[in-house]
Design a protein around this ligand. Structure first.
Ligand code: DLL
Length: 441
């Protein structure tokens, strides 16, 4: 099934098509304001500034941003739960957290104005991907601490389209709802879209039986080949959108109908690219780790947040007329975080679980594979000699115990495979904890 490119439409031409010099002026004005605010309201960040000897008055140009210290996920963990907030809690009207983690995850707050900004930046990428007020939007992201469900929900309402807040799971029901309610747009992770296409096939539902025409996919990496597969199997025009809870959630950037890079809402998010090892700026076209400064956030402004996402920036003009810089698809991460079915997983979380289980050695490996449409996580764990000689029943019980603990901690099912001592490859440098066997393109 071929899909038609929707017409170009722009939600907020004033900001999305701003002449470069006006945009730089606006960014600088906002940067100065946010740095001053951090200095005055967030002692944690002020201390970081003091350590490198920089004061708000040192920020006179956009290039001066390089004088400021980076912010990392670890900084936010140290501020858990509310020390990174720049406003008193009574001004915070919503709290979310990064997906897939429990305990000391990163907590993010929104003031009423932050929610309004968020809604607007989501509306921007929805319209840039072809959405109009006539559409009926099926949201299959989970609603909860994860920012996907609520983020998209309010953006769709702002555009004036109808939202069906289905949330994730119960896949056959998803297809029935799409068919019965006449959904015209689907919102979920790309891997879930591929899975839904398979479920559809299994139910004997053809793309022509649905009214779907648009698909908005994000929250994890996906390839051009996956795009073609989703487009042909579901009959949608598929666009990519990017964001992270620490910065705002979805809405940092999104593709337009030319499907060639995601336009960053630069009036709210100032992007830089760095070499993840040296932390020095790199050429935008060459690619590096994306670092983002929030220019307008009230509850948790972040300065030079290291996203760990590797991409390129594309400053050249786009035929859609937007002047904002585009970012390429994310090609990898500069840390060992994996995204499996939309859930963020760190090998250290697996380690935490194993520490609690007697008889497991410090050698383990996460193996991620794509089976059909779904990503599967297998955790291989070496057990100690005395345990391995035990009867099968005991070993099986141990596998189940680890699986249960992992599911509790990660919110994701993983298959645990106990392996003989000394079978997991040893490394001379950093242990290779992750074997990601998913197709790259
Ligand atoms: O995934 C926010 C989001 C929700 C974005 C819905 C788009 C749609 P987190 O759970 O904090 O937030 O995960 C953020 O997910 O640092 C990237 O590594 C990855 N990610 C998000 N969007 C994309 C994308 C949400 N389009 C982390 N392509 C980020 C590749 C993505 N990776």
């Amino acid at each position: 099934m071929t899909t038609q490119r929707p017409a170009v439409a722009i939600w907020d031409p004033e900001h999305e098509c701003m002449p470069a010099s006006d945009l730089r002026e606006l960014q600088l004005e906002r940067l100065k304001k946010i740095v001053r605010k951090m200095w005055n309201k967030v002692p944690y960040y002020r201390q970081k500034m003091q350590v490198v000897g920089v004061r708000p008055s040192d920020i006179k140009s956009l290039e001066d941003i390089q004088k400021l210290p980076f912010t990392t996920k670890d900084d936010l963990r140290l501020c858990f739960p509310y020390d990174a907030f720049a406003v008193p809690l009574e001004q915070v009207v919503r709290i979310h957290a990064s997906s897939g983690t429990t305990g000391k995850s990163t907590v993010v707050g929104y003031t009423r104005k932050d929610l309004d900004t968020w809604t607007n930046v989501v509306a921007r990428f929805l319209v840039s991907g072809g959405l109009t007020s006539k559409d009926i939007v099926h949201i299959a992201f989970s609603y909860g601490l994860f920012t996907g469900g609520f983020g998209l929900h309010y953006g769709v309402e702002r555009v004036g389209a109808s939202v069906i807040p289905v949330s994730a799971g119960r896949s056959e029901r998803q297809i029935s709802i799409m068919r019965d309610f006449g959904s015209t747009a689907l919102v979920c992770t790309p891997s879930y879209a591929i899975y839904l296409a398979e479920v559809m096939q299994g139910m004997g539902v053809k793309p022509g039986d649905l009214k779907l025409r648009l698909g908005y996919f994000g929250a994890e990496s996906w390839t051009q080949r996956m795009r073609q597969e989703i487009e042909s199997k579901m009959g949608v025009f598929a666009t990519d959108n990017y964001g992270l809870s620490e910065i705002i959630g979805p809405g940092v950037s999104g593709e337009c109908v030319y499907q060639n890079g995601m336009h960053i809402s630069e009036d709210h998010f100032y992007p830089e690219l760095i070499d993840p090892d040296t932390c020095k700026p790199v050429d935008a076209r060459q690619g590096g780790e994306l670092v983002v400064t929030t220019l307008t956030k009230e509850a948790i402004p972040l300065i030079r947040y290291r996203t760990r996402d590797i991409c390129k920036l594309m400053p050249e003009p786009c035929p859609c007329g937007r002047t904002t810089v585009r970012m390429s698809k994310i090609s990898g991460r500069s840390d060992d975080m994996l995204i499996i079915r939309g859930v963020n997983v760190f090998p250290s979380q697996v380690e935490e679980v194993l520490l609690d289980v007697k008889g497991t050695l410090p050698h383990y490996q996460l193996v991620v594979q794509r089976e059909g449409a779904l990503d599967k996580l297998e955790v291989r764990v070496e057990v100690s000699e005395d345990y391995f000689s035990d009867e099968m029943k005991k070993l099986h019980g141990m596998e189940k115990l680890i699986e249960h603990k992992l599911e509790n901690l990660l919110g994701l099912r993983a298959a645990v495979k106990l392996v003989e001592p000394k079978t997991i490859e040893r490394s001379e440098g950093k242990a290779k904890r992750v074997l990601d066997l998913r197709p790259k393109d």
